[in-house]
Design a protein around this ligand. Structure first.
Ligand SMILES: Nc1ncnc2c1ncn2[C@@H]1O[C@H](COP(=O)(O)OP(=O)(O)OP(=O)(O)O)[C@@H](O)[C@H]1O
Length: 264
């Protein structure tokens, strides 16, 4: 069995205003797993990804990275912090938060330079070309379109070659061709992937396993993705299916739909 890369052990988190997001969250992700994280708006998917990336610290319980507790003190240790930052990449839901360099070229080069990685120019050229940004290398990141910013943020992450990639709603601004590229790229790689999405087509193509958060922050499901996608009540609890009223002739009836998966 593959080694555990990331583990949440009885993790609870509350925002500084005291509002709890979740409590008692436990799961493990093994090296090479492709996991999709599903749940309704506000369930805590982004919060979970930030905890996995060490940007937030649990209020209770422990997040383990390669069986080592992820702590504020640990992340201040230079060697560990450097190795962790190279291995664990997070694509934010709103990628503007990640972009601050004057040009696309410098933006992609920033991570590899900070981490002292070799072949910076080659990394920039490779990932810019892969993501169709090679004509934009001298542009200012803030002047790019929403989808281009998302691609740039992805290029920045991939340029440091992380073993673990957490992607927060990556398909929100990408065109279908780019989503297809992303799925192929992730499936072809040995990277461990945790992707939060409301896009069931992306989930079905990418993931082997689903973690489903309920609206109350509890983990509703941790298991193979395919049966979860057939379970309409579970999808409804995860905000991925909803009850429609239909009128056929003089007859009105209501039934569950999972949009962009079954007939929509
Ligand atoms: N910076 C913050 N301060 C206080 N509360 C926050 C903050 N960010 C998020 N929250 C709250 O934490 C809860 C979980 O938010 P989170 O963004 O993790 O949910 P999500 O599942 O990613 O939602 P969505 O599907 O809408 O992106 C929500 O109730 C939200 O209001």
């Amino acid at each position: 069995m593959a080694e555990t890369l990331l583990e949440f052990a009885d993790v609870g988190y509350a925002w500084p205003d005291g509002r709890p997001v979740f409590s008692g969250l436990s799961f493990r992700i093994a090296a090479g797993d492709k996991v999709v994280l599903l749940g309704p708006n506000g369930a805590g998917k982004s919060t979970l990804l930030r905890l996995a990336n060490g940007l937030l610290t649990p209020a209770t319980g422990t997040v383990f990275w390669e069986n080592r507790a992820l702590t504020v003190d640990g992340l201040r240790q230079r060697e560990f912090a450097r190795a962790f930052r190279q291995a664990n990449g997070l694509l934010f839901q709103h990628p503007e938060a990640m972009l601050f360099n004057p040009t696309v070229r410098e933006e992609i080069a920033y991570g590899p330079r900070q981490l002292g990685l070799g072949g910076v120019d080659e990394r920039v050229a490779h990932w810019a070309a892969e993501l169709g940004l090679d004509g934009l290398l001298d542009e200012a990141p803030f002047a790019l379109s929403g989808g281009q910013k998302q691609k740039l943020a992805l290029a920045c992450l991939l340029a440091v070659d992380p073993r673990f990639l957490a992607l927060d709603e990556p398909s929100a601004s990408l065109d279908p061709a780019s989503v297809g590229w992303l799925i192929d790229t992730l499936l072809e790689s040995t990277r461990t992937v945790l992707v939060s999405t409301h896009n069931l087509s992306l989930a079905a193509e990418l993931g082997e396993r689903a973690l489903i958060l309920g609206g109350d922050g509890r983990l509703l499901y941790d298991g193979p993705l395919a049966p979860a996608l057939q379970d309409l009540p579970l999808l409804q609890a995860a905000g991925l299916a909803h009850r429609h009223r239909h009128r056929h002739g003089g007859l009105a009836h209501a039934h569950l739909h999972a949009h962009d998966w079954e007939s929509s």
